[in-house]
Write a protein that binds this ligand. Structure first.
Ligand code: PHE
Length: 337
């Protein structure tokens, strides 16, 4: 009898090591723990055991049954939990951290700039990325031999209409002025393309926000006031700016707006090419030829225009000193903004 008890104990151990799901647990119960199971069968035979051996055998049998029952309960608990894994979902696993996306810093900057201008009374206009020479150059008073038209600067598209990827947002000015009568007060955000060598300061694809205001008696003083007002909202009341004379075919007079370099605070460094200043916008009074081309009488109306590079503004705000970081899509960079 003791031998048989030991044999069943070994069998129990073997079965337990094979159990790997709830069905296995049930099989185990049917084999060992029911009335007709092997343990009860041994108990049934206890009555035939000689009297003096009964206490010992009875004790061993009880130990065996407890052993089987305890293990059965353990396994049952274990596999009942995983029964909750309906169609492979384990409800007991701790959750995974969800990453929420955010707007790209360039888009954040663009929206913030839009908001400031909208509060000043500008509305938003848009134009196509694929332009023609007329809107990108001719109507903007670029002479036919202007170097900016060169293949080196402009991505031309092989097409009978000589299409190109716009090199600035200024062609939208033409579309707006041809589409509506003054007063016109618009900003025109968008993507632009230039065939430039890629380095820490420039990319072949970037964003600009163009601004245009055309009405009677618009002056350069208003242009300066508007841009300074905008720049202070964007960079804080204490930031320093300067206007510097410049040239664009479509504005006369023309200027560029500089801000004190964010990196060196005006001391002079690599980013500002040791000048202490960074250019953030081109601007000027809309050239009479451009107004005329759009059917607006320059004797009656005048206007100003400006164009900001959004990446440059983003770099100033974020302290990122290499423009390429904005487009490598490295989440370690992007998730900081
Ligand atoms: N289009 C000019 C550029 O891309 C910027 C500009 C816009 C200048 C409007 C003057 C007026 O550099």
């Amino acid at each position: 009898m003791l031998d048989e008890i030991n044999k069943i104990k070994t069998e129990i151990e073997a079965r337990l090591s094979e159990i790997n799901n709830a069905d296995g647990v049930e099989k185990f119960r049917l084999e060992f723990l029911v009335k007709k199971g092997s343990i009860q069968t041994l108990f049934d035979r206890l009555k035939d055991v000689p009297k003096e051996e009964k206490p010992l055998i009875g004790k061993e049998l009880n130990i065996l049954r407890n052993f089987a029952e305890e293990n059965y309960n353990l396994f049952k608990e274990k596999f009942e939990q995983s029964r909750e894994t309906v169609s492979g979902i384990d409800l007991t696993l701790p959750g995974r951290k969800e990453f929420t996306g955010s707007l790209h810093p360039v888009i954040q900057t663009m929206r913030e700039m839009n908001d400031i201008f909208i509060k000043m009374g500008f509305s938003i206009a848009e134009g196509p990325d694929i332009e023609d020479e007329y809107h990108n150059f001719d109507a903007l008073n670029f002479p036919p031999d202007h170097p900016a038209r060169d293949m080196q600067d402009t991505f031309f598209i092989e097409s009978p209409q000589k299409l190109l990827l716009r090199t600035h947002t200024s062609p939208v000015q033409i579309r707006v002025m041809k589409g509506m009568k003054p007063p016109i007060r618009c900003i025109m955000p968008g993507r632009v393309y230039r065939n430039e060598a890629i380095n820490a300061r420039s990319l072949a694809e970037f964003h600009q926000i163009e601004g245009l205001y055309v009405d009677k008696h618009v002056t350069f003083a208003e242009l300066k006031g508007t841009l300074i007002q905008f720049a202070k909202k964007m960079y804080g009341e204490n930031s320093k700016f300067r206007f510097r004379p410049s040239f664009f075919p479509f504005t006369e007079p023309s200027a560029e707006l500089d801000i004190t370099c964010f990196l060196c605070g005006g001391e002079g460094c690599r980013v500002c090419k040791h000048s202490g200043w960074l250019e953030i916008a081109g601007c000027g009074m809309v050239h009479p030829n451009v107004l005329k081309e759009c059917g607006i009488d320059p004797e009656v109306y005048s206007g100003y225009a400006f164009g900001f590079g959004i990446e440059r503004v983003t770099m100033l705000r974020t302290g990122i000193d290499d423009i390429r970081l904005l487009y490598e899509n490295d989440v370690r960079v992007l998730e900081q903004f």
